[in-house]
Structure formats: C-alpha cells, structure tokens
Design a protein around this ligand. Sequence first.
Ligand code: VGL
Ligand code: ZN
Length: 243
Amino acid sequence: MSQADRRHFLKSLSGAALLGAVGVPLSARAASLIKPDAQSALIVVDVQNCFVTGGTLPVPKGEEVVPVINKIAAAFDNVVITQDWHTPGHASFASSYPGKKPFETTKLSYGTQVLWPDHCVQGTEDAQLVKDLSIPKAQVIIRKGFHEHVDSYSAFEEADRKTLTGLGGYLKERGIKKVFVTGLATDFCVAWTALDARKAGFEVYVIEDAARGIDLNGSLAAAWKTMAAKGVKRIQSSDIALS
Ligand code: VGL
Ligand code: ZN
C-alpha cells in the first residue's frame, strides 16, 4: 500500500467509526426512533401456551417474542392483549371433520379454512397467556374465535368478515390512531389483525422481531407482501424509543 493509499484507508476507517452497524450515522438513527404517544396502542396477539414450544400449535421459536414484547410494552400507555379462545369441536379444528388432517383445508360458508390441530380451547392451560409475559399495564383482553362455527385470526373481524369483535370501536373511543402489532403468528393472526386495523383506518406498524410466523406453503412471505401493499409499516423493536 502506498503512503497515499494508506492515508486514504485510515481516513475511511475513522469515518466508519462514526457509523452504526447498518452504516447510518448514529445521530440520525436516534432521531428517527418512533416514540409511542397517547394515541398509540400496542396489540399483543395470542402469546399463549398453545402457540409456543410445548403447546398444541407451536409456532417455531414463538417463545422468543416474550422478552422483546415485555421490553417494548413498558413504552406504551395503551396495551391490548388478544387470546385465541376456541370452543371444543371448533370449526377450525381438523378433528371436527372425519378424514381431515391438520394443515389441510376445507370449504366453509365464508371461504377456505385452514384446519389446525385442536388448540387454545376455552378455559384450558393451553389457552392461557404465556406465564413469562409481563405486561401489568395491559388494559383489555380481547378473546376471539369463540363462535363454534366461525374462526377469527383477526382481532377486529371474524372470518365471516361480518361479525366484529368490538376492538375497533374500543380503540376509536379511546382516541387511538396508531397501532403496533406484535405476537403470534406473523402470517396468520398478526397479519390479519394488522390488515383489519388498516381497514378500520388506523396507522399500522408490525414489529417484526416481536412476532414469529408459522410459514405454511409460503404464507409468511405472502403475508408481508400483502401487508406492504396495504400500507402496513414493517419495523423492528429497535425502532421504538423505550422511554
Ligand atoms: C392462529 C392459527 C390458528 C394465530 C390462531 O394466532 O396466528 N393461527 N389459530
Ligand atoms: Zn385458532
């Protein structure tokens, strides 16, 4: 290396030292953090025993969302938790259809229904929130999927696309404009909740590292694509100002 090259190399190195891991100046990154305000709500979707290791419908690495959600929840004044809450013999269970196996589909009056293992049955330990989830300030728990013949991935609207859960009205009455969606599973209940929140007129963020997907036949990539097309913003927990 010539003396001039060496000087140039050293100069570029000292410049690099001022940059964060992704090459954005640290000062610019700090300035672009999103600060949850009084009109922001965190929605924690289905962080239940059924969807983590040891549960009846485990989402790969589902339990990893728990510490991430606990940390960001502290920055929100408004937190909603949802719980998948099915009847025994629910229409979304493969066991309700002779000859059907989990992860196959069937046609119901409202369209194609993916059939799941029996999961999140009302009142069971499997349906309880994961024990380590720690969000003492959560203000409301929305249960969904409790009509025996209709599933509900979304926390806003059941799968018949007619029956509302009341969450949209609740958030509007509370003056909420922005929702931040986290939890399980990214490609089912998180995505449907985020899309319906857009439909209801909210500004919507999905916090990617605070969610995990099931990824059935490419469903995870498809969900991100649909969410992007509908104006859902994909962010990381590090984009949230924690205090
Ligand atoms: C969910 C499948 C069936 C979810 C709920 O929480 O994403 N997925 N029921
Ligand atoms: Zn379910």
